[in-house]
Design a protein around this ligand. Sequence first.
Ligand code: ZN
Length: 231
Amino acid sequence: MSPLPILLELQAVHDNLATIQRDLTQFPPDMAQIDAELKSLAKRIEGAEKSLGDATNSQAILAKDLKLAEKLEDMARTAMKGATQKVQFTAAIRELDDRERQKASVLRPLKETETKQANLTKQLEEMKARQADLQTQFEALNEIFLAEHENQVEARDRLQSRKTELEKQLENSDLVRFNRLLQARKGQALASVEGGNCMGCRTKLRHPLLTELREKSMVICESCQRILYTS
Ligand SMILES: [Zn+2]
């Protein structure tokens, strides 16, 4: 049996769902504002988390460098203390100077990184608190909004379960093709044929395709790949 009747109904279900989804995301101004702030906040939190991750990696590397520098400094100090001759002592002092400079050159970026880490952690805490606060506000308003749109919510639930039923009746390969087309073709996986043209992309269909279509087999537009049907 041709899957076309099921596909046609599934397309209609998708169309209706899209319309309802539009209604259900057309928030009143106060909700829209909170929604927009939540979205931008989520982006900023993501960015800050990434920066914090980078800073934490740098900190670990620098902390390791510092440990090594401290060890070398200790060794230089011990060598200086153990120097018995003037020549040895001068060389040991120079060595210690170098080691101290080396340590300082690690210490500075390490401190900077740690300050950055602390700032980012604080910023993230603040942003997440704000996010939780906005989320609570949004959910309270959304409850009222959804109650006001009760009919649409019910229709959406009904359509969702119908969609699941229809999907179960299809061969997996047909469903995969259909869903891929929905994605690629702005929500329209099917196209009607009128006057020998695909109404999805307005391309004239070749004769063999039209014959196949009359014989009720599943035909794909060669130009836009939509599944064709005659009305
Ligand atoms: Zn087409």
